[in-house]
Design a protein. Structure first.
Length: 537
């Protein structure tokens, strides 16, 4: 459909609906993003971007810290339980995005289904998370490259890694999608290769090495005594520490809905991605953790050394222990692409459009990209230069904790907004069958995410409250996001005098009618050999 045809269809639909419901300034902006932004992301892009959010440096680097702190059973349970809870977040955001497929996703949902002040607060919290995650990724790049050489300053590698992020973000949306797609394929191939390698090592397929089986689960044991605290309490606390690592690893999985206005057929493609997320997490992520716990002992000094390079990666350690000298270099090279990601400016665009950020940030380049937003986000890459005074691994750990805490705040907000939406539907006597897509296991999945991640946020820095283990950096990274979000929310609420949207006032019926008046073309099911594609069909 051409841009003019889209405008004609949009105007016809809104005219009819305005006759029944009345128009407002908010209603006139309903699909403004769809008319201005480039819809260059296809189903395979959305599916693979969703996977890229769950396969990255959190798995390849962060999992080593989890195994050392919690043991094989503790690490596996931590990542598995987080994966189960995150499915509630994904199902919730997909249902909301199918009804209101606009740029900004849950930021727009917060405005319509709770309070404009929450929209402001979670929007800027997400921007903060993005600007912290970018230096986290390029810092991880310095960690990875230092595996090969330590004679060159980390600042050189941070600069080299940062420039492609900026350039790709300033190009067509489709270029960004293809780059993410290509890197995601590489990461999936790597994970499959690591699983096969791990099975070969564990089952005695390496010459000169006996069969391992679950040897490391028995000795040194399935759990670790965290901070030398004796008994079951120490083992439980070790297990509890893995949730922070897992939250960082899964951060970004909710991004399947963020580029909704740039996605073709979002009401069909976003739910498709959401339905498959849980199974792909189990297949690619949890299985990888299980395999690596079978071939790397939790008491290995290599997991907790301060070398500041990728030798701390449990996958590299496993290959070295098995005497496979070439594999670590291959692994490190592919993992290097995991540390690459585009500077995500989508949320800043949403804030500027809603008047929550300066309007000049909305200026577009000739590719239709808000280049000033990209530049603003990219400036914070300079935080990665903190590695010039501390080891890259240490700084990566700080950023990892900050991103994990911000991610928990986002997930809690998504579940809370969805529950408000869910009970508003019941209050307005709107059947879920009328929605473009109704996610399964609701509202139980959303309640699980809200309560589970709320508990994890409050207990994320518990270690600093143990006598003799106070650490200012850990306390700050674990709890900074709580006062930040509350300050943004109440500050905006008192300044702008916003009010909470009641269950009666939520415009659910309005958006249902918008969806009915703008039907998407039915996606043709794959035929022939394409039916076996389990990644993005």
């Amino acid at each position: 459909m051409s841009l003019q045809e889209e405008k004609t269809s949009y105007n016809a639909a809104t005219d009819k609906i305005d006759t029944e419901y009345g128009s407002s300034s908010r209603d006139e902006r309903v699909f403004e993003e769809e008319k201005e932004l480039k819809r260059g992301l296809q189903q395979r892009h959305i599916q693979m971007i969703a996977l890229a959010g769950t396969i990255g440096t959190g798995l390849f680097l962060g999992s080593g810290r989890a195994i050392a702190a919690a043991g094989p059973a503790g690490a596996l349970l931590g990542y598995l339980l987080t994966g189960i809870m995150i499915s509630g977040v994904v199902l919730s955001i997909a249902e909301l995005a199918a009804l209101v497929p606009l740029t900004g996703s849950y930021v727009r949902h917060a405005e319509y289904f709770f309070d404009p002040a929450l929209s402001f607060a979670i929007g800027w919290t997400t921007v903060y998370s993005n600007v912290v995650s970018i230096p986290a990724e390029i810092t991880a790049t310095a960690v990875l490259i230092s595996f090969w050489t330590t004679s060159i300053s980390n600042g050189v590698w941070i600069t080299i890694a940062g420039l492609p992020m900026i350039i790709s973000s300033l190009l067509f949306v489709r270029v960004y999608g293809e780059l993410e797609f290509g890197f995601s394929v590489l990461k999936i191939m790597l994970v499959v290769g690591l699983i096969v390698m791990g099975l070969c090592i564990d089952l005695g397929g390496v010459p000169g090495q006996h069969r391992l089986g679950f040897q490391y689960w028995r000795n040194p044991g399935p759990f670790v005594q965290y901070l030398d605290i004796p008994g079951p309490l120490g083992q439980f606390l070790g297990f509890w520490t893995t949730f922070s690592n897992a939250a960082y690893a899964y951060s970004g999985v909710e991004s399947i809905a963020l580029p909704a206005a740039e996605t073709k057929n979002p009401r069909q493609n976003i739910p498709k991605a959401a339905r498959r997320i849980f199974f792909r997490v189990i297949l690619f992520y949890v299985l990888s953790i299980l395999i690596v716990t079978m071939i790397v002992p939790s008491n290995s000094d290599l997991l907790i050394n301060d070398s500041g390079n990728a030798s701390q990666s449990p996958f590299v350690i496993a290959a070295n222990l098995a005497g496979i000298r070439v594999v670590p270099h291959i692994v490190n090279g592919v993992v290097l692409t995991s540390a690459w990601s585009a500077a995500n400016s989508t949320m800043l665009v949403r804030l500027a459009r809603e008047g929550h950020a300066p309007r000049f940030l909305l200026r577009l380049n000739r590719f239709g990209i808000p280049y000033l937003c990209v530049i603003f986000v990219s400036v914070f890459m300079a935080l990665g230069y903190m590695t010039l005074q501390d080891s890259a691994a240490t700084v990566f750990g700080w950023f990892q904790d900050l991103v994990a805490a911000a991610t928990l705040v986002t997930w809690i907000t998504i579940c809370f907004i969805y529950l408000r939406f869910y009970y508003a539907c019941k209050h307005q006597c709107i059947s879920r069958s009328e929605l473009p897509w109704a996610g399964p296991f609701q509202p139980f999945a959303a309640w699980l995410g809200l309560l589970g991640f709320g508990l994890l946020l409050l207990t994320g820095g518990f270690a600093v409250f143990i006598h003799g283990h106070w650490d200012t950096e850990t306390f700050f990274s674990a709890y900074f996001n709580i006062p930040l979000t509350l300050t943004l929310y109440f500050g905006y609420k008192f300044t702008k005098k916003t009010r909470i949207v009641s269950l009666d006032e939520m415009p659910i019926r309005y958006y249902i009618d918008i969806a009915n008046q703008n039907p998407e073309p039915k996606i043709i099911p794959p035929k022939g050999w394409k039916k076996i594609n389990i990644l993005w069909t």
